[in-house]
Structures are given as C-alpha cells and as structure tokens.
Design a protein around this ligand. Sequence first.
Ligand SMILES: NC(=O)c1ccc[n+]([C@@H]2O[C@H](COP(=O)([O-])OP(=O)(O)OC[C@H]3O[C@@H](n4cnc5c(N)ncnc54)[C@H](OP(=O)(O)O)[C@@H]3O)[C@@H](O)[C@H]2O)c1
Length: 314
Amino acid sequence: MKAITLEKFGGVENFKIQNLPMPTISENEVLVKVKAFSVNPVDVKTRVGGSLAKELENDPPIILGWDISGTIEEVGANVTNFKVGDEVFGMVKFGQSAKAYAEYVAAPADHLALKPANITHPQAAASTLAALTAWQALTYFGKLKQNDTILIHAAAGGVGHFAVQIAKHLGANVIGTSSEKNKEFVLSLGANEHIDYRSTKFEDVVSDIDFVLETMGYENFGRSIDVLKPTGTIINLPSGLSDEVKAKAIQKGVNANFFMTVFSDSHDINTIASLLQSNILTPYISHQYSFEEIGAAHTQMESGSTVGKIVVLV
Ligand SMILES: NC(=O)c1ccc[n+]([C@@H]2O[C@H](COP(=O)([O-])OP(=O)(O)OC[C@H]3O[C@@H](n4cnc5c(N)ncnc54)[C@H](OP(=O)(O)O)[C@@H]3O)[C@@H](O)[C@H]2O)c1
C-alpha cells in the first residue's frame, strides 16, 4: 500500500510517498481502506518535532495522521459492531502512532462510527479531531449550559467552526472572533455576534462571559480571563501557557482547564455522527488536496488562516 512517510522531523520536503506492507489488525481492530483524511495543526507541530513526535518516532516508519474516513476491508475476531463493507469515520488512536496518512489503516473499532449517508468521505474525515475537540470542550472538559454566553476564539477555524454550531445546538448565545473576511462565515454558522480581532480588542466590547473556548493561547488566554464571570469556565486548547496567566485564572477563581487533550471515544464519535446525520453539524472544507500534494496541505495548515478544514483525498 501507499503511505506518506516522514524521513525526519522538519520541513515538508521530508514527506515521501512509499510502498509499505499492509498493516495487520488485532482482534479489537478493523482494517480501513481510507478514502480521505484530514490535516490538523497537531500534524504540523508533530512534523516539525513537537507534540506527538516521540510517539511516532518510537513506531517507525514515521507516518502522521489520525483523522480518517473509509470502508472496512477486514474485521478483527472480537469486533461485533462493524462488518466488511461498512463506511466508517473517526479519530484513530489519538496520542499514539496511528499512521493515518496511508491507503490502509488498522483502527480500533471503538474509535469509529458509521459514516452518515448524507455526508461524503471527505466531509466525514473533516468531522473527526476538530469536531470531537469542540464537543468534548463544551460538554466534557467544560459544561456549556442553555442560555450561557460563550466566546469562541478562532470561530472560523477547524475547531471553532464546529464549536459555534455545537454551542448553538446546546442553546448558548455565541460570540465568535475571526478577521473581518470571515465574519459572514462565522455568522452563517449561527453565531449571534462577531468580533474582528484585528480591529477590536474583544475585552473592550464583551464582559460577563460564562464560557470561553480559548484556541489561541499565550496572552489571549490572560485577556480572556478578564471577560469571564467569576463563576465562568475557560477551556484552553494550545499547550504552553505561562505560569503568570495560570496564576491569574486561579486568583480569579474561574473554572479553568489549562490544556485539554481530545481523546478517541466511541460514544463521542457516534454523537458527532448523529449530529451530522441530522444536519445540526455541517463541516466546511476550504481546501482539498491529493495524496501527492501533502506538502501543500501542510503549508496551508501552517498559515494559521485556514477556514474550516483541510482534507486529503486518498
Ligand atoms: N488540546 C487539544 O486537544 C487540541 C485539539 C484541537 C486543536 N488544538 C489546538 O487548537 C488550536 C486551534 O486549532 P484549529 O484546528 O481550530 O486551528 P486552525 O483551523 O488552523 O485555525 C485557523 C483559524 O484561526 C483564526 N485566527 C488566527 N489568529 C486569530 C486570532 N488572533 N483570533 C481569532 N482567530 C484567529 C483564523 O481566522 P482568520 O483567518 O479570520 O484570522 C483561522 O480561521 C491549535 O493550536 C491546535 O493545535 C488543540
């Protein structure tokens, strides 16, 4: 099978398409023939030697990727919930080496859900890590309640565009930030209000926020503490917060999660599937690439200005 290996951590020139032996499955796994996978900021961070680089290095050859959609080709002895031919999607083995930039992936059955018939494989591949992150941030790491006001930073991005839709579904009042060019997109997702972070400091126009989904890190986290109610919740996605901003959150007494980590979960991916099926959640794919264009996909991801999701067709 074809797979995209990384010869060493660093630039996109280290990607190489290679022929490798087919993966073998354990008794709780299925073999998925991948139709599409999605690319996330963590892929880029790992490619340059951060995030999950150690986990991948310990399982050579180095192959990135966790988000897949495809068709089941083989089923492990203990798997009862899927059969050969089923169309499935999911975030596979996040935190470990899943080797998802490949034509075939060995996936734990409980990391997958049936792909809803109303969406395509690229759409399903897009609705994995980013959608699970938004869902788990708002319902597990924090508990967004009906009529809460939530501030979602980077509302036009991969996580943000799902978070806006999920927050609306949960009955919240949504304020989303992005640059002006993505204002209409953010409002079209269901946000009640939009803030152009380039022309307006959000702390000048909002206060008494119940929940902040903090997707930028660094000083953005500290400024977000200022707009929270004393009983508010802030969930941070990027790693690397300073001790100073952490102390600020602790001092204010807000419910702060300094670095949530999304996890593969059967119940949650099935919830995402049902939200997709009922059109409560709609993924937006701004960039679609071929297998051979993986370098361009990473360069786009690295730009920090991707709208919605990036998907690679296999
Ligand atoms: N801890 C976890 O489990 C976890 C899970 C998922 C993601 N993450 C992290 O969360 C972060 C966001 O992930 P993502 O997939 O949503 O990223 P993404 O898709 O690359 O986000 C891109 C978006 O960020 C917006 N943006 C850039 N600077 C901004 C600013 N100062 N204020 C508001 N929006 C801004 C851009 O909008 P404009 O073009 O309009 O500026 C763009 O639409 C990344 O650091 C990622 O690694 C962590």
